[in-house]
Structure formats: structure tokens, C-alpha cells
Design a protein around this ligand. Structure first.
Ligand SMILES: NC(=O)C1=CN([C@@H]2O[C@H](COP(=O)(O)OP(=O)(O)OC[C@H]3O[C@@H](n4cnc5c(N)ncnc54)[C@H](O)[C@@H]3O)[C@@H](O)[C@H]2O)C=CC1
Ligand SMILES: O=C(O)C(=O)CO
Length: 334
């Protein structure tokens, strides 16, 4: 018999699903910290928010399940050093966040974000053209400034930093739009059907140099913290766009702001920020070439059920002595 402690407590519907997995599992849904501190003593597994205090009281702990995909706010030195296994909630958001990324890409390519701003003031003005004039009609064989101001996706390259579950789905969607796709990742070597050869991290500069859209889909780890600073923006095309749906800490917010002000890059689509919420007086809010969403790229009616399924599947693996489906590396934080 294995004992799973849950803290903070979950609702009755989810608890029933957990309890029905196996009669080899005793589930304790702790209602308060005192109860959790008592119950963790002989618990074999833990789901929820573990703390140094709870971990110190545990005598039999073999497995901890984090309720989030990212571990930067979850991991602490005693947990990293503890012999228990750690699993996270990665892999639940692949399609919805990839859709969000392609939403940014389409806006930038077709200037939709600018037209939405114009629409709110009833302004008819082709981007690159003159107010009120349909001056993109320049005759056969002639390319106008309006034509040049709207990107043709099949001419573009999209580069993904972190080709995991979200990143690889972004690669597939970009390829389906006819884009050339490249990616860097420390572990993944290919995205079948989209990227034949995923590069190692030492080729980040190559990716930045050739990409029209650079998409960050990596976790916040000691290695990725402030990975994007002024030199990286300067390596990007002046016409290139940065899209960050990974973690805010990967991009130095001040350097990004300066890069946008100086025109080192053309724009940014951002769901995550070094400081959240982004302060109301931050210059990014006023920039026409920046699209801001408030850390909602994962919002979806499907994600809560996938959360529960991942937890249930990892519990089954634990009881049956099989490898977890979302085992994390406690030193690398992902
Ligand atoms: N915007 C949002 O609401 C959400 C953001 N996220 C973020 O997205 C991240 C990725 O999520 P998943 O794709 O599900 O995880 P995943 O674990 O499937 O993929 C992450 C990938 O990043 C790679 N990676 C690790 N270090 C790297 C580095 N230094 N440079 C480049 N790549 C590196 C890993 O090898 C892995 O392939 C999460 O860690 C989380 O921080 C996750 C969910 C929601
Ligand atoms: O699980 C995570 O890391 C998230 O960002 C959820 O939005």
C-alpha cells in the first residue's frame, strides 16, 4: 500500500477520480498545514506545494508531483538534493500555446495588430501606403511599399528555442503555413515532419541570424535565465520578431525595450515577462509593434482535464513501478 498526500486540498470530484485508481493507494487530502505536516511523515508520494518544512518532516517520500510545468518557483536546494523523484506538468499545452504563437505570427505578418488599432479610430490606411488611397494597386509586375509592408509567410523562416512539446507543435504549424523552420534544443534532435535536424544550443546565433520569427518555448532554468540580451537582439534581423511564451526571465526586459526602441528588431509578441503583471507605466504598452497578452497562452477548456490525466497517469506509473511520463531533472529544472 502506497500513501499519497495532497496539499493544498483538491475538490471532491478530482479526489474521487484519484481514489478510484487502485486499492493499492491511500489518498490523504490535507485540509491545513498542520494536517499535512503530520501526514507527510509516512507518505510515499506528494502532490501540491512542497516546502522545506514539509520535506524535512517526510521520512518515506519517493515521489513529488508539481502542479505546474515550470519548476523555477518550485524547486529548492533540499528538494534538489533529496532522493525522491520529481515530475512536472509539461506537455499539456502543446496545441493551444502553438495556436497562440501562430496568432502572433499572423498578426505581425499581416499587420493585424496595427489595423485593429486603426479600426478603433475608424482609420482606413494601408500600412506602407497613404490614408484613404488603395495605392497597393500599382500595376502588373510592380511591387508597392504596401506590398513590401505585408509579409508572405512562405518566404519566412521561423526559429524555435526549445523544441519540446510546445516548441515542436509550433514547428509543425509553421511548416503547415509554408515557412522554413529551424530549432535549437539541448536534448531533442529532430521534429519529425517539420525539422530534420534540430541544432544544439551552440547554434543559437545561426537561428537568430536567419529567422524572421524567433519563438522562445524553453523553460526558465539556470541556463536560460537572461539568455536574450542586447547581443542576441543584435544578432536577429532588423525585420525579425521575437515571440516569448516560455518564461519572462529568459528575456532581459530592459534590453528588449531598448532593442525595440532602436529598431534592432521589428517587434515582439509577449505572453510572459520578467515582471508580472507588466507595470502599467512600462514603455512596452505604448509600442505599436508589440503585442502583449497577460500570461494566458495556456488558457483552454482542455488543459484542466489534461492536468488531471497527467497526475492520474503518473500515479499509475508510481504504483506499477513504471517510468513516470513527465519525470523532471532536479538539477536542470525541467
Ligand atoms: N505561457 C504560458 O502560459 C506557459 C508557459 N510554459 C512554459 O513553456 C515551457 C515549455 O513547456 P513544454 O513544451 O510543455 O515543456 P517541454 O519540457 O516539453 O519542453 C521544453 C524544451 O525546452 C528545452 N530546453 C531546456 N533548456 C533549454 C535551453 N537552454 N535552450 C533551449 N531549449 C531548452 C528542453 O530540452 C525541452 O525540449 C515550460 O517550461 C514553461 O516555462 C508552460 C505552460 C504555460
Ligand atoms: O504550468 C506552467 O508553468 C504555466 O505557466 C501555466 O500557465
Amino acid at each position: 500500500m502506497k500513501k499519497l498526500l495532497i496539499y493544498p486540498a483538491i475538490d471532491a470530484r478530482r479526489l474521487t477520480r484519484l481514489e478510484s485508481i487502485s486499492n493499492e493507494l491511500q489518498v490523504v487530502n490535507a485540509q491545513n498545514l498542520d494536517e499535512a505536516l503530520t501526514e507527510i511523515k509516512d507518505a510515499h508520494a506528494f502532490f501540491g506545494k512542497i516546502t522545506p518544512e514539509l520535506l524535512a518532516a517526510a521520512e518515506k517520500l519517493e515521489w513529488v508531483q508539481s502542479p505546474t510545468a515550470s519548476l523555477e518557483h518550485y524547486i529548492f536546494p533540499e528538494l534538489a538534493d533529496h532522493p525522491c523523484q520529481l515530475t512536472n506538468m509539461r506537455g499539456l499545452f502543446y496545441d493551444v500555446i502553438a495556436d497562440h504563437v501562430l496568432g502572433f505570427v499572423l498578426c505581425f505578418a499581416r499587420n493585424l495588430h496595427r489595423y485593429i488599432r486603426q479600426q478603433s479610430h475608424s482609420v482606413w490606411q494601408p500600412i506602407g501606403g497613404t490614408a484613404g488611397k488603395p495605392d497597393f494597386v500599382t500595376g502588373p509586375g510592380q511591387v508597392s511599399e504596401v506590398d513590401r509592408s505585408h509579409m508572405h509567410l512562405s518566404d519566412c523562416t521561423l526559429g524555435v528555442v526549445g523544441a519540446g512539446s510546445i516548441g515542436s507543435e509550433v514547428c509543425h504549424r509553421a511548416a503547415a503555413f509554408g515557412m522554413r523552420v529551424c530549432a535549437v534544443d539541448p536534448l531533442i534532435r529532430e521534429v519529425p515532419g517539420a525539422v530534420d535536424e534540430v541544432w544544439d544550443l551552440d547554434r543559437l546565433k545561426d537561428l537568430l541570424t536567419i529567422s524572421d520569427f524567433v519563438v522562445i518555448a524553453a523553460p526558465h532554468t539556470p541556463q536560460t535565465e537572461k539568455l536574450f540580451r542586447t547581443p542576441q537582439f543584435q544578432q536577429m534581423k532588423n525585420s525579425g520578431y521575437l515571440i516569448n511564451i516560455g518564461r519572462g526571465a529568459i528575456v532581459d526586459l530592459q534590453d528588449l525595450t531598448i532593442a525595440l526602441q532602436k529598431g534592432d528588431i521589428a517587434g515582439a509578441g509577449l505572453d510572459v515577462f520578467e515582471v508580472e503583471p507588466l507595470p502599467a507605466d512600462h514603455p512596452l504598452w505604448q509600442m505599436e509593434n508589440v503585442i502583449i497578452t497577460p500570461h494566458i497562452a495556456a488558457a483552454s477548456t482542455h488543459v484542466p482535464e489534461r492536468h488531471l490525466e497527467t497526475l492520474l497517469e503518473n500515479i499509475r506509473c508510481f504504483i506499477n513501478g513504471q517510468p513516470f511520463i513527465t519525470l523532471a531533472n532536479k538539477q536542470l529544472w525541467f
